[in-house]
Design a binder for this molecule. Sequence first.
Ligand SMILES: C[S@@+](CC[C@H](N)C(=O)[O-])C[C@H]1O[C@@H](n2cnc3c(N)ncnc32)[C@H](O)[C@@H]1O
Length: 314
Amino acid sequence: MKVRPNLLQQYELEPALLPQLPVKWTQEFGRVAPLAVEIGFGNGEYLDWWSGQHPDWNFVGIEMPQDCVIRALPKFAQSGRDHIRVVRGDARYLLRELFAPNSLEHVLMQFPMPWTKAKQAKHRVYSPQFSTTLADVLKVGGFFELVTDQEWYAKEAAEVLGGSGYFKILAEETNPERPFRTRYEEKWLEDKRSIFRVLAQIERTANAPRLLDQETMEIVHLKKSPLPEAVLELAGKRFSQGPSVLEIKEVFTAKDGWILYIVTADDSFSQHSYVRVQQKSDGRVLVRLQPRPRPYPTPAVHFALQELGRQLDG
Ligand SMILES: C[S@@+](CC[C@H](N)C(=O)[O-])C[C@H]1O[C@@H](n2cnc3c(N)ncnc32)[C@H](O)[C@@H]1O
């Protein structure tokens, strides 16, 4: 069956464009229903199947690469899954910002990257920070389910989640019977490898402070037009303040000023965006974010605009 492109649009949500977070999911789906999330849905086959099993629930998929989103949306459209929405980005951050406390029934992650090196541990889904996020957004009695191809990862996840004081570990299984398998899982099992599943239930909720501190992004007004060398010299520079980091990757000259390609990071949550330094015909010089891609207004993004203002004002 062919899918009309405009049919796909209804599935993808760009929360950075919404006036308010957390998202009002009841309004978005047009109904009150239990809410479940799949993190890293890959090609979307499990989310398609899972949502088919629960037509009376609402589902949100979070993935990072656009390619995954492009492959998954036609599946949802072909199956007529009006109760799925997809958000692109890093779930370690988005889960906390998109969902209200105590609002989710089930969070599922299948075959996450194991991040084997010690310094990458903060990326793992069971890092203490992520456990707290899960314990904030899940309802008491709600589930976090992890399926992985790494035994040590499953063991550590069960230990960290179980020891956090928020979760009770209901199951730790090797090669469990599963009603539906992803393509990744099929391939892994064909190679005669094992899979591991951890099912944790929330017993006590936590409080995970949100990063977003205001809804709109400010515009910085410079005192005067900066020297072109001063702007061009920013390329490659890095500034930081506490956990907020700004890196200026490239500077492009534009008709009425410059465009700066920047990366900001709040701890390990990084965002790519463009900042425009614009000399207006009325003499004002503005520093502001370009509308696309629109970053979430995190402390690091606020810091970036202020710091660029300071650097350019000399
Ligand atoms: C090995 S693939 C597995 C895909 C799918 N779950 C499956 O079983 O076929 C892992 C997926 O998790 C996604 N992923 C990893 N960390 C993520 C994060 N923090 N937020 C959202 N997606 C993430 C990756 O982009 C990737 O598509």
